[in-house]
Design a binder for this molecule. Structure first.
Ligand code: 7PJ
Length: 279
């Protein structure tokens, strides 16, 4: 499946890697490092060289308990970076935001995909995304980033996430966003405790069976820290293990801070999955 991101092609025939470019001063893993446009551009170039096929620009940290950022501040962070990447590189750019005004400013600056951890539930987001006519990633989250890790509850997490995503697909279609423009994401770590995340990972193929491309974001997340008792800097191996399990079950896009290593893991998975195709 090939997705048109505002004129740039995102080819998900084989599983691919999305590189994370945080332009937040408080991002938990690379806080403040890439605030300046030139550093951000260098980082984007490096991620492309390492094999990322799309760059995800985010100006609001959605880590648990993070501060809320104003619309103006978020736009001031992401737009110069998107413009810099757009003018220098041919890579598709996604904007990680839930705010309609940020979506609009980012797409006008050159972003070609809206990556929304609130699945277009903020007032005006659905209509804005439809109007901008770019593809969207719909992610499941229970609660808001400020409160989501306060005792998340599900009767049965996998069917509940699937029902939620199905409802958001219908909402998108009613707003004029066709299925060909939709990517799905179970939202690892967003209102989920370790067991919920593990269940979702084990049953990820059920989400893949909905027939739309699935994106997985597990890079350096706290579930790895919890299970292995390791700090953020020590979560690469755990991230690669979860990325591999995701690809094996059919995920098409892996969102990561560590592009080079993740591309290697994804490519190895893909060789195994395709071995019979070349006989
Ligand atoms: C995700 C995201 C994710 C999608 C973040 C972090 C927190 N977008 N944005 N999926 N996570 N689609 O990177 O740890 O899992 S921000």
């Amino acid at each position: 499946m090939i997705i048109d991101c505002a004129g740039k092609k995102l080819d998900l025939t084989c599983p691919q890697v999305m590189g994370i470019l945080n332009v937040t001063p408080d991002s938990f893993s690379d806080g403040g490092q890439f605030l300046r446009e030139d550093l951000a551009l260098e980082q984007a170039k490096q991620m492309m060289a390492d094999g990322a096929v799309i760059i995800d620009v985010g100006g609001e940290s959605t880590r648990p308990g993070a501060d809320v950022v104003s619309v103006d501040e978020e736009i001031a962070r992401v737009v110069p970076v998107i413009e810099a990447i757009q003018s220098e590189l041919a890579v598709p750019i996604s904007i990680d935001t839930s705010k309609p005004d940020v979506m609009r400013a980012a797409v006008h600056a050159g972003a070609g995909l809206i990556n929304d951890v609130q699945a277009l539930r903020v007032e005006g987001a659905l209509a804005t995304a439809a109007d901008l006519s770019v593809p969207v990633c719909l992610m499941h989250a229970q609660g808001t980033p400020q409160t989501m890790q306060n005792d998340p509850h599900y009767d049965d997490v996998v069917p509940e996430v699937i029902t939620f995503l199905n409802e958001r697909i219908v909402a998108c279609e009613q707003a004029g966003i066709t299925r060909s423009k939709i990517i799905l994401d179970p939202g690892f770590g967003f209102g989920k405790c370790a067991r919920h995340n593990l269940r979702l990972m084990k049953q990820l193929s059920q989400l893949v069976d909905l027939g739309l491309p699935v994106l997985v974001g597990v890079s350096r997340k706290s579930i790895i820290g919890k299970l292995l008792n390791v700090s953020v800097e020590e979560r690469l191996a755990g991230s690669l293990a979860l990325a591999s399990l995701s690809v094996w079950q059919g995920a098409k896009l892996i969102r990561t801070h560590d592009v080079r290593e993740t591309v290697q893991a994804v490519n190895i998975c893909n060789y195994v999955m395709q071995v019979d195709d070349f006989d």
